[in-house]
Ligand binder design. Sequence first.
Ligand code: SAM
Length: 224
Amino acid sequence: MFGTLYIVATPIGNLEDITPRALRILKEVDLIAAEDTRHTRKLLTHFDIHTPLTSFFQANERMKVDAILGQLRDGKNIALVSDAGTPCISDPGYPLLRAAVEAEIKVVPIPGPSAVATAISAAGLPTDRFTFVGFLPDKPGKRIHALEELRDISHTLLFYVSPWKVEKILADCLSVFGDRDACLARELTKMHEEFRRGKLSELVESLKMKMTKGEMVLVIDGKK
Ligand code: SAM
């Protein structure tokens, strides 16, 4: 009998957001494959969980897939976790997930927090249809090109944004999309959670007035 691969979501800030089911699975599996074992160890220690950990991050994931697949074939149950939120969503995991599906190993999602769902649920922009873009390219030319490809989409767009690039990204969005409604959803579920809503031009101005740090999701209205 093959083991099961559990894709386990963990909190994006507030530890109260872990689900009882996630805690049970993390306790019961034979091994947890974690993006950063030091980070996940803190979470496990908080919840008094002592399951063995192995590292599974972007740079070693291809190499690790075979080893983890071997253990699943040997009947071991394995949980995949990332540093925060749902694994495989702008996080390591997809090659392992794909390999497990191809090997007909049972894959069980343990749903929970994800920054994209958390942001769209409260941003105040249309929620009926949206496109999750993830991270934009770092290189300015490629970023503009990626935004141009999204310009005519009429539903809400969501981007993961790192704080040191947010000003440039907002400026690029304003130049490509024009002055649309937007929301910068920051530090979600944490003490300094903030939803900064306004036109893109207002968000650009507000960042000049007040330095903005922390993790962010940028939500932008579609073409009207
Ligand atoms: N897999 C994760 C998920 O399901 O949300 C996302 C991982 S990705 C490497 C990290 C990015 O997610 C951050 O740069 C930020 O854009 C977004 N993010 C994660 N936690 C967040 C939070 N608490 N508040 C706002 N954005 C967050």
